[in-house]
Design a protein around this ligand. Structure first.
Ligand code: ADP
Ligand code: ADP
Ligand code: MG
Length: 503
């Protein structure tokens, strides 16, 4: 029976995990680096252990330090969150060896799914459709040119060890093959220490749709439906929603069954996500499996009504999954936006700093998973995501309205955040209509650009001002300028005091 869990992570996800621990009567233990002495997750836990300098490769990524902390405090399990050691097979094995429960899958499942080429082979065997392409790493540049010619442009060159959108290059033209393959390889080498790359056919205007799965250690597995994650920037998710606006009940059932088959093919245990790439005709292909809790898991929790962290803990504790596929359903609509400490109007440059003021959005249907507080200095050393805002409503339109209301109420000063950008996304007609794919941000760049927005507003105001001026010149009584404001500057008059009657 698990009684104490060490959370080998930081920030919002560490707090998220601790909340479920508290509800289950399980003690939680935080670990923290130098930069995180003042982090909220440290205060939130029942106990906290210092694990070293700020760079994550000297603290959060050092297996020995995490294991030592777990032993010192007598934790019987470790929850890795997402990122850091969550998809590290060696860590899963090491926990097992030390007699500590790893809240996640075995090293076999992590290794098989963590390497994209191995995963593709495994999925083909399990009859799960994969993106057409190769299942061998490219040998050299000559092999690259020949292989890509055979598959036919455009293609995606991808790092086998890839993750977080790194080591991936879209190749449209023959003359770009060599430079793209070289770039993908060098990026993969520096990010993952492994430069193996392979080729996938490029799926045009694709949608990214993923399925949540839960599998126990007794052969039971269910899926908890889909999440639409096509609003992406640099192949990273920005907005997620469920249900997907393009899904049909029949395709949902088929994809769900394939997701369960994919997880079963690696004897999966715990919570995991099968990512698919989907074309406009709803043909879908396995992209990869994330063998951990996903950043966007709360939208599934809200719509399906399941606490995924509690399920993870119960599964790790060898309990039998109580959820039955036929009893699960999606209720209403949930949207999540990721809030980053970055400047959307300056090429999304990271903008860490000290939070001067924060008002978190509240109210019906709003969930805010964050960790920053007034006076908190966001460290430069980690991912700049500071929180996630999740809104639920009975229908998609109402969920969008609710998200806009919550984003409006969300006030942070001291740092720049992506909040205004997210607000603009909610107003884009293609988003409102649910007609979007992974090119959404690029296709709506003009709409999403604050300066363009501002320009349009100035144009509108100038038009109205010219019209008002014209009316006053022709002596129309449609407009009445209040006497006491005639002394003020014209623009001020226009903005404040002019009342336009029956325009
Ligand atoms: P999700 O699929 O849950 O949206 P992401 O791919 O965005 O997950 O990654 C989740 C977290 O893990 C992020 O904080 C990201 O920075 C981190 N991450 C993902 N892949 C890598 C990687 N290869 N190297 C370092 N961090 C990564
Ligand atoms: P990562 O491990 O970095 O998350 P994924 O394989 O999950 O990489 O791909 C991330 C994103 O890149 C997808 O959501 C999609 O937008 C795009 N992508 C990946 N492969 C393809 C492809 N074959 N065709 C078109 N887009 C792709
Ligand atoms: Mg992915």
């Amino acid at each position: 029976m698990i009684k104490k869990i060490l959370v080998a992570n930081r920030g919002e996800i560490a707090i998220r995990v601790m909340r479920s621990c508290r509800e289950m009567g399980i003690k939680s233990v935080a670990v923290y680096s130098e930069a995180d002495r003042t982090s909220m997750h440290v205060r939130f836990a029942d106990e906290a252990y210092f694990i070293g300098p700020s760079p994550s490769n000297e603290s959060y990524l050092v297996i020995d330090k995490i294991i030592d902390a777990a032993k010192s405090c007598g934790a019987d399990a470790i929850h890795p969150g997402y990122g850091f050691l969550s998809e590290n097979a060696e860590f899963s094995d090491r926990c097992k060896k030390e007699g500590i429960v790893f809240i996640g899958p075995t090293s076999y499942a992590i290794n098989t799914m963590g390497d994209k080429i191995t995963a593709r082979k495994k999925m083909q065997k399990a009859s799960v459709p994969v993106v057409p392409g190769t299942t061998k790493p490219l040998k050299d540049l000559k092999d690259a040119v020949e292989t890509i010619r055979k598959i036919g442009l455009p293609v995606m060159v991808k790092a086998s060890a890839g993750g977080g959108g790194k080591g991936m290059r879209l190749v449209m033209k023959e003359e770009d093959i060599i430079s793209s393959v070289t770039a993908a390889k060098s990026e993969a080498k520096s990010a993952f220490g492994n430069d193996a790359v392979y080729v996938e056919k490029y799926i045009n205007s694709p949608h990214h749709i993923e399925f949540q799965v839960l599998c126990d250690n007794h052969g039971n597995a269910v899926h908890l439906f889909e999440r639409e994650c096509s609003v992406q920037r640099r192949h990273q998710k920005v907005v997620e929603e469920t249900p997907s606006p393009i899904m049909t009940p029949q395709v949902r059932e088929e994809m769900g069954a394939h997701a369960v088959a994919a997880a079963k093919a690696v004897d999966y245990s715990g919570a995991g996500t099968i990512e698919f790439i989907v074309d406009d005709d709803l043909n879908y292909y396995f992209l990869e499996m994330n063998t951990r809790l996903q950043v966007e898991h709360p939208i599934t929790e809200r719509v399906v009504g399941v606490d995924l962290v509690k399920e993870q803990i119960k599964i790790a504790d060898n309990m039998v999954l109580e959820l039955k596929q036929e009893e699960l359903s999606q209720k209403g609509h949930a949207i999540e936006v990721r809030i980053y400490a970055e400047d959307p109007d300056n090429n999304f440059m990271p903008n860490p700093g000290t939070i001067k003021h924060i008002t978190e959005p509240l109210g019906l249907g709003v969930r805010h998973d964050g960790y920053v507080y007034e006076g908190y200095k966001i460290p430069m050393d980690y991912d700049p995501m500071i929180s996630k805002l999740i809104c639920w409503a009975p229908s998609r339109n109402e969920a969008i309205d609710r998200m806009k209301r919550a984003l409006y109420a969300y006030k942070i000063t001291g740092i720049k955040t992506s909040i205004p950008f997210l607000h603009r996304i909610m107003d884009v007609p293609d988003f409102k209509e649910g007609k979007y794919n992974t090119h959404f941000i690029q296709d709506n760049a003009e709409y999403l650009d604050a300066r363009q927005n501002a320009k349009q507003k100035v144009k509108d105001i100038a038009c109205i001002a010219a019209f008002v001026d014209y009316l006053s010149k022709i002596g129309s009584n449609a407009i009445k300028v209040e006497d006491d404001c005639k002394k003020e500057k014209p623009w001020k008059q226009f903005g404040r005091k002019i009342s336009i009657n029956r325009l």
